[in-house]
Design a binder for this molecule. Structure first.
Ligand code: FEO
Ligand code: CA
Ligand code: CA
Length: 664
């Protein structure tokens, strides 16, 4: 693993942890397959996007010339903002972006006001957490599509000590000399999630602080239940939980999902980063090495023994799951659904299949890791909420193999089937889900370019996979679905279930876009040719489909934003018809931030966006600043711009000035 001090920010360090492929099972890389499917010349000259994408190639081949702006816009009708980077956010003209809630803002009637100079863990546990990522919306009352009042479910992925705490700077690259027990507890309280009631009155949204629904979920105060096939297994038992069924907290919750029965799925992503200790000779050595445990990004193991893998050998097996939270009941116990597998879960977006089964699409965000789906055994019952509450405990986990002929096989992770036997270290389904990555290696899944968010479009049943980038893919190890090596800018793969059947074992797939600057032939990017010089993007990360069926993409370039010269942002991307592959920029973040969580209200008149880690990533390349940010000296003080106030991750809500639907 690379040393921490090579990285300019915590975010960069996280990126780099994803940069260390732990999948050593790359014999199945599909470079040869790509060659067979498309021909070696196409692969080598980067023409793959064209050859692979029938709709795209048709469009590109027949469009002939640039259309007028109105005709080209199709379903994406706004004046595009320009690429660039500066201290603040930008939204398309005719829209307004208001700050809804910031790190530290009170979320209960009795929460203390935020004071960054005197922060405490107790105060943080009553305030909005750090680094907002996933955003979900559940209309109130439950079952309504109320666009003006609902619950916002928010993940707080990680913390950035150098801009959170006065006087200490980066700590993870020098052994945490200034991290105290209290600072660690503040970090733990700033992780997890928030459920907050939000309401629109006139044009303005606000947080309902005395709502009966509001809750904070943290890494250190929220008890959770482990359920499903691994619950109670010896490998989940610890000195404080000898039953292997109860766990304290959740952390590094990245993207997620909202179920039709009003629960909120929190995906645990880079859990490895919170553990310390030595892995050589450890009883879980094979497992932990494949997952990068221990990562040592935080000082938690100095003050809480459970994060030391030598003191508490199984604690790291209790993270890396999908956590299900009943958004309607703030006293409910969140449940870690082990049937859905243990990996670096980016998101967990469900769809109800035609036969009533619930299918959840999930990415494992690391270079050369995999795309998964979970198919429930039982059927969703729209008339009986209680009957759905544990539906995610029983079902089958599958991993994807993208074949050369444009077909995609879903390979089941079932104990006793194929190689998932005692011979390979699997003695039960618990072992299979705990070491889902190793099971998927053995099944021959396709190693992907960092699978991030995956969203189905309920109107078309097509499913969109964000593949963010992969600096480690070699030019001779490309394949049809991952056509560039190294891959600085990512791509979006479209998966198509036959007849819209998400339970099918075989889909077809295609490349929707290959990201990066399409005007530079050496980049090999592919978009619809009407995409402007401001419309292309790098590193797709989160996505959402609005009620009109339009796909929206938010980006996370990390410290690599200087390769595009453009801060992260939100883009509308056409998926259908002759404009397929047309992309257009809508929103831009301040310097050092990534954009997460895009979520529309059901009427498409409000759009919630999560601006994560402002002022941290890549500030050495920010003209005029050219140094790393600290609490005292940040690259931006967004969104307050008040002397002494650090930058604050915040949720933004966008509306159209004329009261109409966003982007129309
Ligand atoms: Fe937390 Fe993969 O982004
Ligand atoms: Ca993400
Ligand atoms: Ca990311």
């Amino acid at each position: 693993m690379q040393k921490n001090d090579e990285f300019a920010s915590k975010g960069a360090a996280f990126e780099a942890s994803e940069d260390v492929p732990t999948n050593t099972n790359l014999a199945n890389t599909f470079g040869k397959i790509a060659e067979r499917r498309y021909g070696r010349r196409d692969v080598m000259r980067g023409a793959l996007g064209l050859a692979a994408t029938t709709a795209l190639s048709g469009t590109l081949g027949t469009l002939g010339g640039i259309k007028t702006a109105e005709a080209a816009d199709g379903r994406y009708v706004w004046t595009e903002i320009e690429h660039g980077v500066d201290e603040t956010h930008h939204v398309a003209p005719g829209h307004t972006a208001d700050i809804l809630i910031r790190w530290g803002d009170p979320i209960f009637a009795d929460s203390p006001e935020f004071d960054p100079m005197k922060q405490t863990a107790a105060a943080q546990a009553r305030q909005f957490g750090y680094n907002n990522d996933f955003l979900g919306y559940v209309g109130l009352p439950f079952g309504s599509d109320n666009p003006d009042n609902g619950l916002l479910c928010v993940n707080h992925e990680y913390t950035s000590e150098e801009v959170m705490f006065p006087g200490i700077g980066r700590q993870d690259n020098k052994g945490f000399p200034d991290m105290t027990a209290e600072l660690v507890d503040i970090e733990m309280a700033a992780h997890g999630g928030s459920v907050i009631e939000v309401k629109r009155e006139g044009e303005k949204w606000s947080v309902v602080k005395d709502s009966q629904y509001n809750r904070r979920i943290t890494a250190n105060t929220t008890y959770m239940e482990l359920t499903g096939p691994a619950a109670g297994h010896d490998r989940l038992k610890t000195s404080v939980d000898q039953n292997g069924t109860t766990c304290i907290g959740t952390f590094n919750n990245c993207a997620g999902g909202i179920t039709p029965w009003g629960t909120y799925l929190m995906a645990e992503e880079n859990f490895h980063g919170y553990f310390g200790g030595a892995v050589d000779g450890h009883p879980e050595e094979r497992n932990y090495k494949r997952y990068g445990v221990p990562g040592g990004w935080y000082a938690w193991s100095k003050y809480h023994k459970r994060f030391d893998i030598n003191a508490e050998p199984n604690e790291a097996n209790r993270f890396g799951w999908v956590v299900e939270v009943d958004a309607m009941d703030p006293t409910s116990t969140p449940k870690k659904r082990t049937a859905m597998g243990r990996f670096k879960h980016e998101g967990a977006e469900p769809i109800v299949n035609g036969d009533g089964r619930v299918v959840v699409y999930m990415g494992d965000d690391q270079r050369f890791d995999y795309v998964y789906k979970f198919v429930s055994e039982r059927r969703y019952n729209p008339d009986d909420r209680a009957a759905n509450m544990d539906i995610l405990d029983d079902g089958t986990l599958f991993v994807a193999r993208f074949n050369e002929d444009g077909k995609l096989d879903w390979l089941p992770l079932i104990y006793g089937s194929g190689p998932l036997t005692a011979e390979n270290g699997f003695h039960s389904q618990a072992d299979v889900v705990i070491e889902a990555r190793i099971a998927a290696d053995l099944l021959g899944a396709t190693p992907m370019d960092r699978p991030e968010d995956i969203d189905p479009n309920p109107q078309t049943n097509k499913v969109y996979v964000m593949l963010t980038n992969n600096s480690k893919r070699k030019a001779d190890a490309v394949d049809a679905a991952n056509p560039r090596g190294p891959n600085d800018f990512g791509q979006i793969v479209e998966m198509v279930p036959p007849n819209g059947d998400h339970d099918a074992l075989q889909y077809t797939w295609d490349l929707l876009v290959v990201a990066g600057d399409p005007s530079k032939p050496e980049v090999g990017a592919k978009y619809h040719q009407a995409t402007s010089e401001n419309g292309w993007f790098g590193s797709p990360d989160n996505c959402t489909v609005d009620a009109a069926g339009r796909l929206w993409i938010s980006t996370d370039q990390g410290s690599g934003w200087s390769k595009t010269g453009n801060a992260d942002g939100l883009y509308g991307l056409e998926t259908e018809g002759e404009m397929r592959g047309y992309s257009k920029m809508f929103f831009r973040t301040p310097i050092g931030a990534e954009l997460c969580g895009p979520r529309f209200t059901p009427d498409v008149k409000s759009l919630f966006l999560a601006v994560q880690h402002p002022a941290t990533d890549g500030t050495k390349d920010f003209p005029g600043f050219e140094r790393n940010s600290t609490f005292e000296d940040p690259a931006t003080r967004w969104p307050d711009f008040t002397e002494g106030m650090p930058p604050r991750p915040s949720v933004v809500v966008v509306r159209k000035d004329d009261g109409g639907e966003i982007g129309t």
